[in-house]
Design a protein around this ligand. Structure first.
Ligand code: PLP
Length: 471
């Protein structure tokens, strides 16, 4: 056998197209996509043959059946989205790696409506002239937060950058050493300040910062007093930080604006539900802080966005910063944000309907019921050993790092499988389930699992235990 004989054995496209596997595929799938796979796989074979040496000609096998299967499998992969839903059994409510906040159906439908048609995004229907995209939500945000003015950018990181650049460019911003935060994904306050052309003036020590530290650091270059919410850590023990009110007074006395990066945007008091250390947005506005920013998809429970609120003279200036154009949000985000904020007009509606709020405030009795129901759904599966245990879930998203929420979880063992193997198999099956491991045990936390996901969880276990065959 030589190379040209091998080349001649490569199946003809017509033969591939007439193969019964291909015909089956084509009943429900696209011919054009199949052609892409035919080109790709046949090219791979030609390249393989090209690379063969005299010694391994004879080992190279060209089998039409195998090649057709490979082509059809490759083509089927194009049908599958890489970005897909997963079931969150981690108990972390705002899980950044799993997409943070989920939106409810009403919100998703509103996004669908706005995204699938033309809209008045930047068009004033009364005057027929150009409008502003922020007009649709500004009043609503102001009403809910008590702020004078509001705007929205792509995420809170962009908000921080825009605010620093607008209010403190070519000058200094004073911040406490205890608040030089790094958020997951390497967003670091000092680095962002550099990018915003702002000089960082650090005051105090890691554990203690006094009002006089800020006061002594003020010079004629000082443009901003910055407070950063230590979202994802707490400094404990011998500590002192300057209260918002004192910082606001210092700012007023020296005619320097105070900006607080709040991280999470909590719109109502959660202390009825658990010991909350997160201030509400309204309380921060009331304390007189000039500018505040927070994320749309943390405790607010909306889409990814950065919400900026504050005194009109500062927010207006930001609207005309060129960075605003680069950071501007899409109509899908605006639609989701508007409906999310609207749901907060009736706080009881928000608690019931906004998934993040619902998962944070769910009654422990409801979690137990969910655990019992899921146990029931799974209990028939062979080789599966399940126990309901009490445990703790986390808020996540860098919010309230010390708060633990009482929860119930299923502790699941499978014969001949280690907890890590269970976790990996569930992650990689057709409908991925993500759990957590604690004390060498695999757990599914019911706080973040919805009842309508129970059947998919059952399918996932059947798939990993029986290799996809139904019991
Ligand atoms: C989360 C967070 C950010 C970043 O917000 P994104 O919306 O993820 O861009 C910035 N600052 C603080 C204090 C945060 O907690």
């Amino acid at each position: 056998m030589n190379k040209s004989e091998l080349y001649r054995k490569i199946p003809k496209v017509d033969d591939i197209l007439n193969h019964e596997e291909t015909i089956k595929y084509l009943k429900n799938n696209s011919l054009n996509i199949l052609k892409l796979s035919i080109d790709k796989i046949l090219n791979n074979i030609r390249n393989d043959i090209e690379d063969l040496t005299e010694n391994n000609y004879c080992d190279y096998i060209i089998d039409c059946e195998i090649i057709v299967k490979e082509i059809v499998n490759d083509a089927l992969k194009y049908n599958k989205m890489n970005l897909k839903n997963v079931i969150n059994g981690t108990g972390v409510v705002i899980h950044t790696n799993l997409g943070r906040s989920c939106i409810n159906k009403e919100t998703a439908m509103e996004v669908y409506k706005i995204a699938s048609g033309y809209s008045n995004l930047e068009f004033d229907l009364n005057s027929g002239k150009r409008g502003h995209r922020y007009d649709h939500i500004e009043k609503l945000i102001c009403q809910l937060t008590g702020a004078e003015s509001a705007m929205v950018v792509n995420n809170n990181a962009a908000a921080v950058m825009l605010i620093l650049n607008t209010l403190s460019q070519n000058g200094e911003a004073i911040v406490s050493r205890g608040e030089l935060v790094e958020i997951g994904g390497s967003f670091r306050i000092p680095d962002v300040m550099k990018l915003s052309n702002t000089d960082l003036v650090e005051v105090g020590t890691t554990n203690k910062t006094h009002l006089k530290d800020y006061r002594n650091a003020i010079t004629d270059k000082t443009n901003l007093l910055l407070k950063v919410h230590t979202s994802n850590y707490r400094i404990m023990g011998f500590t002192e930080s300057v209260s918002r009110e004192n910082l606001v007074n210092l700012g007023k006395t020296n005619n320097i604006p105070v900006y607080e990066d709040l991280g999470s945007g909590l719109l109502f008091d959660l202390s009825d539900y658990f010991k909350s250390t997160e201030p509400t947005v309204k309380s921060v506005v009331n304390s007189g802080v000039d500018v505040i920013s927070f994320s749309g998809d943390k405790m607010l429970g909306g889409p990814q966005a950065g919400i900026i609120i504050g005194k009109k003279k500062y927010v207006e200036k930001m609207k005309y910063n060129q960075l605003t154009r680069a950071f501007r949000v899409d109509k899908m985000t605006l639609a989701a944000l508007e409906i999310t904020f609207r749901q907060y007009l009736d706080i009881e509606t928000a608690k019931l309907n906004i998934p993040t709020i619902k998962n944070l405030t769910i009654d422990i009795v409801d979690i137990i019921h969910k655990a019992e129901k899921l146990l029931n759904v799974l209990h028939n599966i062979e080789n599966l050993h399940i126990e309901i245990i009490q445990d703790e879930s986390q808020v996540g998203g860098g919010s309230m790092p010390l708060t633990r929420l009482k929860t119930y979880a299923l502790q699941i063992c499978i014969d001949n499988m280690k907890p890590d193997d269970i976790a990996k198999s569930l992650r990689t099956c057709s409908y991925p389930v993500v759990g957590r491991i604690k004390n060498e045990m695999f757990l599914l936390d019911l706080r973040t699992i919805d009842e309508n996901e129970f059947n998919d969880i059952k399918k996932a276990f059947i798939e990993i235990i029986n290799g996809g065959k139904n019991v």
